[in-house]
Write a protein that binds this ligand. Structure first.
Ligand code: GUN
Ligand code: ZN
Length: 435
């Protein structure tokens, strides 16, 4: 395959700028991103790299735009497309009233296939190129998802929900069918192209101790698969967990006793945690997916990012569709900023873009493949549009620095700001001219 050259303003990260400082930020005001065979060949200033190109090389010039790595959504439910923006409930009754009936429809493979396609197109329109995704309890929901992701050459992680109690009979499995179906999905899909499997108990209240044991066994038997679940999202849920598991030292301990913590374990939310739990998350290399859209929409609480960072707990951002009311990680960054403002923690635009790119990739342990523009990484990237809307255009023209421009895109942007999404260098979503 030929070399493709993308000229434009480029931004990516080599490390966490909240810890490593400006050294972590790589910015080329007039840069060149070279892509060969779907991988990043190089990224640098145009006036340096331009001279190395063959004279007949095609250069795509992305004007009035910022090229950044594809966004990573570290917690989202594809079967919940149809309950997004559902009125009037908090977590536990939201699940009963809206979510479980919607998930029931995934018994029907045709519904799963059409929803998976819709969902992935929606991610791409929003600039999300990798996600950690919940299926439903039905194994066919996950095969439909992986089939659709593979057709689009995407790097995606998904898993079948494990849920054997405290849910309607039509959505329950058992420890043994959950084990059998998960194992079979792992054998069919894990490591195929850019797909990965996550063992996915919904959350502690909907799995018996036997099923959580079985989840731990699946992890131990299949090194490399992820663990994906919810943790300490709402106060009511936390009280319920302490009643259901009276012997556990806390919510996280329920998962730890069953061998579910580790470098590839991702817990969504983590709002109500104590010091010991933060420490165990850090010591085990586990990650938290921070989902402010959902935390505000469902009214669950405010995530304590300062403590996550002080403890060096891997953190990523998630939309948590359908608890979250948008597919856009720019909207997530907007709400993350406000949630931290309420707690006197200032989230810089560099820090939040890091979380949505390399930070998310690191949390998922996918940083050898994605997350920034280091040579050899997969060339999943997006083109953010400085002229996306009249207001963005106006504010960008009045912005003196990269930091200001980035913040304007984050606070005022959404899917409209994503001019182009490229997967392995190829355009999969494009809404503007790149000439
Ligand atoms: N806790 C258990 N299941 C869910 C879910 O589907 N969404 C959210 N936000 N929290 C959960
Ligand atoms: Zn969720």
């Amino acid at each position: 395959m030929a070399l493709t050259a993308h000229r434009g303003e480029i931004l990516h990260f080599l490390d966490d700028p909240g810890i490593a400082g400006q050294e972590a930020v790589v910015h080329f005001p007039d840069g060149l991103l070279l892509v060969e065979d779907g991988l990043v060949a190089d990224a640098g200033p145009f006036d340096v790299l331009g001279g190395t190109l063959p004279p007949d090389a095609d250069i795509l010039h992305h004007r009035d735009a910022l090229l950044v790595p594809g966004l990573v959504d570290t917690h989202i439910h594809y079967p919940q497309c149809d309950v997004i923006a559902a009125y009037g409930t908090r977590l536990l009754d939201w699940l009963e009233t809206h979510t479980f009936p919607a998930e029931r429809q995934f018994e029907d493979i045709a519904h799963a296939e059409s929803t998976a396609s819709f969902f992935l197109e929606e991610l791409l329109r929003n600039g999300t190129t990798t996600a950690l995704v919940f299926g439903t309890v039905h194994p066919q929901s996950v095969s439909a998802f992986f089939t659709a992701a593979r057709e689009r050459n995407l790097r995606m992680i998904c898993g079948k929900v494990l849920m054997d109690r405290n849910a309607p009979a039509y959505l329950r499995d058992t420890p043994s069918t959950g084990y059998r179906d998960s194992k079979s999905l792992i054998e069919s899909w894990h490591g195929v192209d850019r797909l990965g499997y996550a063992v996915t108990p919904r959350f502690a209240p909907t799995s018996s101790p036997e099923q959580l044991d079985m989840a731990g066994r699946l992890l131990a038997e299949h090194p490399g698969v992820h663990l994906h679940t919810h943790l300490a999202e709402s106060a009511e849920e936390c009280r319920w967990v302490s009643e259901l598991f009276p012997d556990a030292a806390g919510y996280l301990d329920v998962y730890e006793r069953h061998g579910l913590l580790g470098r590839r374990s991702v817990f969504a939310h983590g709002i109500h945690l104590d010091d010991g739990e933060w420490r165990r998350l850090a010591e085990t290399g586990s990650g938290i997916a921070h989902c402010p859209l959902s935390n505000l929409f469902i009214g669950s609480g405010l995530f304590d990012y300062r403590t996550a960072r002080e403890n060096r707990v891997h953190t990523g951002l998630g939309t948590d569709v359908g608890g979250g009311d948008s597919f856009s990680l720019l909207r997530v960054i907007n709400e993350a900023y406000k949630v931290q403002q309420l707690q006197d923690c200032n989230l810089s635009p560099f820090e939040s873009l890091y979380l949505a790119t390399l930070g998310g990739a690191r949390m998922l342990d996918l940083h050898p493949h994605i997350g920034n523009f280091e040579p050899g990484k997969e060339a999943d990237f997006i083109v953010l549009d400085y002229r996306a809307t009249p207001l963005i255009d106006r504010r960008i023209r009045g912005s003196a620095s990269l930091m200001e421009r980035l913040f304007v895109l984050q606070m005022l942007g959404d899917d409209r700001a994503v001019r182009e999404t490229r997967i392995l260098g190829e355009t999969t979503h494009g809404r503007g001219q790149t000439l």
